[in-house]
Structure formats: structure tokens, C-alpha cells
Design a protein around this ligand. Structure first.
Ligand SMILES: C[S@@+](CC[C@H](N)C(=O)[O-])C[C@H]1O[C@@H](n2cnc3c(N)ncnc32)[C@H](O)[C@@H]1O
Ligand code: SF4
Length: 402
């Protein structure tokens, strides 16, 4: 069928709800980058004036002060943007601020995103001193022309060196992000990237198929016919080859785009996919607690002014209906290798899932896309290839989502 492969990136998902009401995670958004990559729609700014970084830290402190936080979040994810872009003393300050507001040592995992052009042994050591236990390095590719196409600010060689610097600093859990399905890319080229990544022995890998996000330069180029997306068959072949190669190397595909090695799954993202609550701080960050979803102001000035004035720097807040919560729980959960437990969703939301979506489940079973095991739904091998279609079929239309 004419649909591209499923791909969800690890930005905080639109809505989740508590599997266990006491378990809440914390997402901290650091919105600065060296360059704005043409494919990226995450909130990020290239600013020359580093006083903006200082304002960000003061505003973050203020936002955390006025936010009801879990004393000890289950997990913390410091993402971006590029947290490693902060100068060493600012990175230290960021982590000190966090430590003043929550018990970092009680978290099961504290992840930080790091880019090859800005992470080094010193910053990694600072991060670990303040409790960071896992690094996620955005590499995307090792090939000069693909790095150029993606506007990356580093070379493949620098990515390898930076990963070694993480190791030298003592990082025992380090992941690598890669992107496949670039225009004109062949399966053999993609295998080349995967093989280099495997030589680096990461503890986890995330492999995403390139998406054309509205509002990005890449999306505009697509509309103007300046880029031609890779053939669907090639994209699919790369997706399948990824699973084959990484399984052979001992990585477990616990989610469509995520592969756990020695470091196990990313506990923070798994918390999202398992519908745990989370608080999001920083410009553009979103959070969800007890059925209410909020999204922060994106512009750094507006976000910072509100936070420093002691106001919630929130752009939108929305109370989700039970049907929306059901749809989103299924949409997220179906992406996990273990699948999603319909009975658990019914218990949490108090909504009869079968009577809402039983016919959709039956059609998916008939198509061979999902299998049912008691109250669990799981994607089949055929379903993996159309996971976006399967998941979006569970998102109940707004007119009945009440
Ligand atoms: C928002 S980035 C932040 C991490 C870091 N700043 C970086 O540059 O990698 C998180 C990850 O999302 C993935 N990503 C972002 N935009 C994407 C897109 N349009 N298509 C596929 N993957 C994307 C990349 O793999 C990236 O590593
Ligand atoms: S991909 Fe990473 S470095 Fe590039 S703009 Fe997005 S957040 Fe910044």
C-alpha cells in the first residue's frame, strides 16, 4: 500500500497519561543549536549572544520554582535543541538548577542529548558528576554528502571522536541517533552508516526514517520540487535491513525506531510509550499530567519573560477527553514490540475500548496487521510496515472524541 514507513521521533509525544499516578518524568528542553538543520522542527535557535543562554538558565530556574514537580522524577531527559551546546559552566549551572528542584539521584535514568560538534570529555564529565547516566548523540550519518544534505555541523570523523570522548569521560550508556531514507540513498549506503555505528559499539541505537516536517526548509524544498523523496520501496528495504542487521548484532527492537543494546531501552521514552505522566519545562516543551496536556510558549523571549515574571509560560492547555486518551494510548503503545494492553487502558481511563474500537481491531487482524493475545494488541511483521496507518486508525476523530 502506498504509505511511507512508520517513524516517531523522541520528542515528547502529544499525550500520555499515568500508568502509575505516582510515576512522573521530567523533560527539560534546551533550545540552542550551532545550526538549524533543514529537516528539524524541534524548537531550537541559533543565537550568537550568549547572554540569551544566561537568561534561559534564569528563566528555567523560575519555571521550575513555579511548577509542581515530582520530588524525584522517574526519569529526566535533557533534550533539545542541543544541551551540549551550552558552555561548560552553563551546563554545570543547568544541572545545579535541576538538582535544587528535584532529587536527581533518585531517578532511574537521566539522559542528555549531545551533538558531536559540541560534546567533549570535559562537558561529559560535568554532566555525569551531576547525575547524567545516559547520553544520546545525534549523528544521523557518517557520510560527508548526507551530512551536508542534512546541514549537520560535524563530520563523520568528529562523531566517532566525540563518542570516544564520551567513553573516556566514563559514559557507560551512550546511544546514537541515525537517519535513513534520504533522497537518492541506497540500501548499501545506509548499511555503511549502520556498520560504522556498530563498530562504535553504542549501548542503544535510534534509527529514524527522514520525515518532511511542515514548516522546515526541507519541507519547502519538497513542495518546490527541489528534493525528490527516496522511493518507498527503498525506504522500506532500509527499514527492514536495519532490523536484520541490528538483530544480528544483538540489539533488541523494543520500539519501531529504537534498538536496545547493553544499555537497555531508553527508560524515559518507554515511560512516554507506556503512558506515564511527565512534566515538560523550557521553551516549546509539552507535558501531561492527570489528563491535562500543556505546551509551553515557543519563542524564547516570550517564554523567558513569562517564567521570570512568575507566570506559567504556557501557550496551550487542554483537558483530554477519555476517548482522546484511549486513542493516544493505543497510538503510542502499538509501536512497542511488546504491544499495548487494552484492559490496562480501560482500567486507567474508565472507557470501554472494545466497544469504541473493536471493529477497527477486527479489521486490522483481518488485514494481518495486528495480532491479539488476550487483552494485548501487537503489530505483526506486516503491521510493522504500516504502523503509521494502524496507529492513526486508533486516534478517534474529534467529533466523537468526547
Ligand atoms: C531533535 S533532535 C535533537 C538532538 C540533537 N540536537 C541532534 O541534532 O541530533 C533528536 C533526533 O530526532 C531525529 N530527527 C529530528 N528531525 C527528524 C526528521 N525530520 N526526520 C527523522 N528524524 C528526525 C534525529 O535523529 C535527532 O537525532
Ligand atoms: S537536529 Fe538537532 S542540531 Fe539540528 S536543528 Fe534540530 S535540534 Fe538542532
Amino acid at each position: 500500500m502506498s504509505r511511507r514507513l512508520a517513524r516517531v521521533r523522541p520528542k515528547p509525544p502529544v499525550a500520555v497519561f499515568a500508568a502509575n499516578s505516582t510515576a512522573t518524568s521530567l523533560y527539560v528542553h534546551v533550545p540552542f543549536c550551532v545550526v538549524k538543520c533543514g529537516y528539524c522542527d524541534f524548537t531550537s535557535y541559533v543565537v550568537e549572544d550568549t547572554s540569551v543562554h544566561d537568561m534561559f538558565l534564569r528563566a528555567l530556574d523560575a519555571e521550575l520554582s513555579s511548577t509542581t514537580l515530582p520530588e524525584s522524577p522517574t526519569t529526566i531527559f535533557i533534550g533539545g535543541g542541543t544541551p551540549s551546546h551550552l558552555a561548560p559552566h552553563r551546563l554545570e549551572e543547568l544541572l545545579k538548577i535541576l538538582g535544587r528542584h528535584v532529587d536527581v539521584s533518585g531517578c532511574v535514568e537521566v539522559s542528555m542529548e549531545a551533538n558531536p560538534e559540541s560534546i567533549d570529555e570535559e562537558k561529559a564529565a560535568i554532566a555525569m558528576r551531576y547525575g547524567v547516566s545516559r547520553f544520546s548523540m545525534g549523528v544521523q550519518s557518517f557520510d560527508p554528502s548526507r551530512l551536508h544534505f542534512l546541514d549537520r555541523a560535524h563530520t563523520g570523523q568528529r562523531a566517532r571522536e566525540a563518542f570516544l570522548e564520551l567513553r573516556r569521560a566514563g559514559a557507560a550508556n551512550a546511544s546514537i541517533d541515525l537517519i535513513f531514507g534520504l533522497p537518492g540513498q541506497t540500501v548499501a549506503q545506509w548499511e555503511g552508516d549502520l556498520e560504522i555505528a556498530l563498530e562504535m559499539q553504542p549501548d542503544h541505537l535510534s534509527c529514524y526514517s527522514l520525515t518532511y516536517e511542515p514548516g522546515t526548509r526541507l519541507h519547502r524544498d519538497l513542495r518546490l520540487g527541489r528534493v525528490v523523496p527516496v522511493e518507498e520501496e527503498a525506504d522500506r528495504a532500509m527499514f527492514l535491513r536495519t532490523r536484520e542487521l541490528l538483530a544480528g548484532a544483538g540489539y533488541h527492537a523494543y520500539e519501531i525506531s529504537n534498538f536496545a543494546g547493553r544499555g537497555g531501552p531508553c527508560r524515559h521514552n518507554d515511560h512516554y510509550w507506556l503512558q506515564g505522566d511527565y512534566v515538560g519545562v523550557g521553551p516549546g516543551a509539552s507535558g501531561h499530567r492527570n489528563g491535562v496536556r500543556h505546551t509551553n510558549l515557543k519563542p524564547i523571549d516570550a517564554w523567558g519573560r513569562a517564567a521570570l515574571d512568575g507566570l506559567p509560560p504556557v501557550a496551550t492547555a487542554e483537558t483530554l477527553t477519555p476517548k482522546q486518551r484511549v486513542g493516544e494510548a493505543l497510538w503510542l503503545g502499538i509501536r512497542r514490540r511488546d504491544g499495548v494492553d487494552v484492559a490496562a487502558i480501560e482500567r486507567r481511563v474508565g472507557c470501554p475500548v472494545e466497544s469504541l474500537l473493536g471493529k477497527v481491531f477486527a479489521a486490522h487482524v483481518a488485514n494481518g496487521w495486528i495480532e491479539r493475545d488476550g487483552t494485548w494488541l501487537r503489530l505483526t511483521s506486516a503491521g510493522l510496515l504500516v504502523a503509521d496507518v494502524v496507529g492513526s486508525d486508533y486516534l478517534l476523530p474529534a467529533d466523537i472524541a468526547s
